[in-house]
Design a protein around this ligand. Structure first.
Ligand code: BDR
Ligand code: CA
Length: 333
């Protein structure tokens, strides 16, 4: 079985990644911890709690972690709107939210040495805090997959920086250095913009998914992912993904939903969806133009221990098929 803890900042693609993990029969989501990023940490936790409840996972624990990046507050980018979920509105759940997100990661890692898998989908503030509490964390985990960084392509937040790393470069550096110094630890798998920019679902992929869940959905609505359907989880996806499509188009892309975090989730469960290269990665924290840039030592000139497997290739068809087939099962159950 795949024991999993997901750390998330509550965006639309985070939500899709979470639903994918819930859909996989071999995955046990032991907890979801929340971090500041797309939205504030409380908002992220309320969204995740409501989404888990809606998806039939009321017993999966949710916890809030750090409310600010290590260097202090900064403006949120609200790429996915004020709620992080685009146009989707979930009624706030009254279900429990634990305030000890960082401790949750540490506790689960200690409880399941060599068995816990960590999927980090937001800024690395919680993971850095967990490493500071438990320096053995890299050695305790079975795998760790991070959506973050831009290794051979430009950034999406700064010119050279990807959003999750840009929000908290110091945290990312703590995490990368902990892995560099942990002899015998499984390397971090870094799934960055190099591959995640390709991980999109078109409107027709989404429409097929909605129909595969047994929901009637007209061609006219499908063109823009509009309209109302009598299936709350499908409605959530349509309203979130429509917003993601609009954001992509506004920034010069196609009208399609780029699902960065969902690719990281699929890569954790099915590593063959990406191809990676081993290297040492560090983060620029002092640059005047490049703060938050992830720098890979491709030629080994630093003489430092490799700490990461960086994703450089992606089987996009495999990603789309696996994601939609898994989600279809969850939506029709
Ligand atoms: C990352 O930033 C967030 O907006 C997304 O959820 C993803 O984790 C992509 O740069
Ligand atoms: Ca995210």
């Amino acid at each position: 079985r795949t024991r999993l803890v997901i750390d998330t900042d509550g965006g639309v693609d985070d939500a899709v990644a979470l639903l994918y993990a819930l859909a996989r029969p071999e995955v046990d989501v032991l907890a979801v911890t929340c971090v500041v990023g797309n939205v504030d940490v409380e908002r992220a936790a309320r969204t995740i709690r409501a989404l888990l409840d809606l998806a039939g996972a009321k017993d999966t624990p949710v916890a809030t972690g750090t409310a600010q990046p290590l260097r202090g507050a900064r403006a949120l980018n609200r790429w996915y709107g004020d709620h992080g979920t685009g146009y989707a509105k979930l009624a706030d759940s009254t279900g429990p939210v634990d305030p000890h997100g960082v401790e949750t990661i540490v506790r689960l890692a200690r409880q399941h040495p060599g068995e816990l898998n960590l999927l980090a989908l937001g800024p690395l503030t919680n993971v850095a805090a967990a490493v500071l509490v438990e320096p053995e964390l890299p050695r305790l985990l079975r795998s760790a997959v991070v959506m973050g960084g831009a290794y051979t392509v430009p950034g999406n937040e700064g010119a050279r920086s990807e959003f999750n790393i840009d929000v908290d470069p110091e945290a990312a550096r703590i995490v990368l250095q902990a892995w560099e110094h942990a002899d015998g630890a499984i390397p971090l798998t870094l799934v960055g913009l190099d591959v995640t920019q390709q991980a999109s679902l078109s409107t027709s992929d989404v429409a097929s998914l909605i129909r595969a869940a047994g929901v009637e959905y007209s061609e006219e609505d499908a063109a823009t992912l509009s309209g109302e359907v009598a299936h709350p989880l499908c409605q959530f996806l349509l309203d979130g993904l429509r917003h993601a499509c609009e954001s992509a188009e506004r920034t010069g892309g196609e009208y399609a939903a780029v699902l960065h975090d969902a690719l990281a989730a699929v890569a954790l469960v099915e590593p063959q969806v990406i191809s990676t290269r081993a290297t040492t990665v560090d983060v620029e924290i002092a640059g005047t133009l490049t703060r938050g840039e992830t720098v890979a030592d491709w030629f080994g000139t630093w003489g430092r221990r490799p700490n990461a497997e960086v994703a450089l290739g992606c089987d996009v068809d495999h990603f789309r098929n696996q994601l939609t087939a898994s989600l279809a099962k969850l939506l029709s159950s």
